[in-house]
Structure formats: C-alpha cells, structure tokens
Design a protein around this ligand. Structure first.
Ligand code: 15L
Length: 266
C-alpha cells in the first residue's frame, strides 16, 4: 500500500475521504487540530501548513500528498495569507525537498467564481477569483504549475465544486461532487502515470453543470453520482432564485456579492 499524506484531515472533506481510502492507502493524517480515533491503516501527525518546518516533518517519506489543508472559505487577508498562500508554498517546497513526486491540490470553483453561470468553461480560461480565498487557490494552482515545470513535482489540481453527501441548494445542483466521485478523481490523480500538471473540476455527473470536464474524462474519470437524482427534493425546498442577483448570475454565488462595490452596470 502506498503511503499518502492528507493535510487538513479533520475537515469535512478529509473525514469522508478517510472512509473512501481506508483499505486503499496507508494514510498519514495531518492537521492543526488533534485526531484521536484512527483506523487500522491511519496515523496522525500534527502540523500547521504555515510552518515550513512542520510541512518538512509531515511530508517526509510519503509517496504522495492530498493537500486539503488551509482555510476553506473566504476570510481575512492575514488568515488566507498564512494558511493558503504561505501554506501552499510550504507544502510544495517541503514535497520537493523530501522527494515527494505527486500532489493532489484541492483548489476550488471560487478561483473561477466571477464567470457567469451562462458560460461553459473548461480548465483553459484565465481565472476570475471571487475573493481572497479564490485568489489563494489561483496562487496554489500557480505553485503547482511551477513545481511541475521546474522541480518535477507533478500535480493534479482539482477545482472542487461542493463536496457533500448530497447537493444542498440550487447552485450546488450545478457543482456538487459526491464523496465517492471525489475519491475516484483523487485516486486517478495519485496513480495516473502521465500527469505532470493538470487542472480538472471536482464535479459529479451534473446535468445542470457549468463545466466542461473533458480534461478529467481524458484521465479516465467516470463520475457515478448525478445531482439530478436530488433535483426534485432540492427544488421543493429552495426557490430557483435567491433574491441576490449578483450571486444568482455568477458561478461563485454569494462569494461574488460579499464586499462588492455597488455598480448597477455589472
Ligand atoms: C468551497 O471552495 C468551499 O470550501 C466550500 O465550503 C463551499 O463553500 C464550496 O466552495 C461552494 O462553492 O459551495
């Protein structure tokens, strides 16, 4: 079994991925928060991605890394700077120094949040981050690209939509990814021999999706879950529009509206 480091392991995404990978990888779980209950193939090492020393320690001797660590929503600049920007740099620099050759970077739809919902985008258009958080994910994708080109650390960057057991509102019908589909995509990212640097979208088979995920399909990704199976239930519980015109027009939703200067021309 390969030994895989998972940063940010105590978060929601880490928690359901641990179940998916229980019999597949030896997981070294890491987080700033402690974890006391561990499975048979799991171990835990505390670590803060804002500390290069911590990242050097936790990345030592692993075959690959799933980097979920950092701040996972919009936040103050100092928090985003330490956790996501310095954190992403430290993670890649530690991987390079320890000879770890494959990283899964959990990036986010919020790197692209200012694209309109009417647009169908693949991995090629220039990012349009919808806040400091999205901007930090764009930076992380850039670090992944640099470390692939210059230092032979290969990466799959997964722009995760919303990873959850089921889609929770109308926007999430377009961007949802189930735990097993995300695990499939991460497994491809860890195992595929030809990945150097690739960006894919972390989405299930969503009929209302906004993304052309051909890049993921080319790597063999075949999502098994469909948000449409939950659509009737979601649409019964939620209005089609939220009353926030900016959020409803853009892929990033309410992340776009937050702190936005009023400009009726937009
Ligand atoms: C994200 O990137 C966040 O990590 C998650 O908490 C959700 O807000 C998600 O995006 C989303 O856009 O729904």
């Amino acid at each position: 079994m390969k030994s895989i480091l998972m940063t940010g392991a105590t978060g929601g995404v880490g928690t359901f991925l641990r179940k998916e990978f229980a019999n597949r990888y030896r997981l070294r779980l890491s987080d700033m928060r402690p974890l006391t209950t561990l499975g048979a193939s799991e171990s835990f090492m505390a670590g803060d991605c804002a500390s290069l020393d911590d990242m050097l320690r936790v990345t030592e001797g692993v075959d690959g890394i799933i980097h979920l660590g950092g701040y996972s929503v919009e936040g103050p600049w100092e928090t985003i700077l330490q956790s996501n920007i310095i954190g992403a740099y430290n993670l890649y620099e530690a991987a390079r120094r320890n000879g770890v050759k494959r990283v899964i970077f959990a990036t986010s739809n919020h790197a692209m949040g200012f694209y309109k919902r009417t647009a169908r985008i693949d991995h090629t258009p220039y990012p349009r981050p919808d806040g400091r958080y999205g901007l930090s994910k764009m930076f992380g994708e850039g670090v992944a690209s640099l470390y692939a080109d210059k230092y032979d650390v290969s990466s799959l960057c997964i722009r995760i939509g919303n990873a959850a057991m089921q889609p929770i509102d109308v926007r999430r019908l377009s961007i949802w990814i189930s735990p097993r589909d995300l695990a499939q995509l991460i497994g491809i990212g860890l195992e595929h021999p030809d990945i150097r640097f690739a960006i894919v979208y972390g989405a299930s088979d969503n009929a209302r999706g906004w993304w052309d995920n051909t890049n993921a399909q080319c790597l063999g990704y075949r999502p098994v879950d469909r948000s449409e199976d939950f659509a009737a239930e979601v649409l019964r519980a939620h209005p089609a529009t939220t009353g926030d015109a900016i959020a409803d027009a853009h892929q990033g939703g309410a992340f776009c509206t937050a702190e936005m200067v009023e400009n009726p021309a937009k």
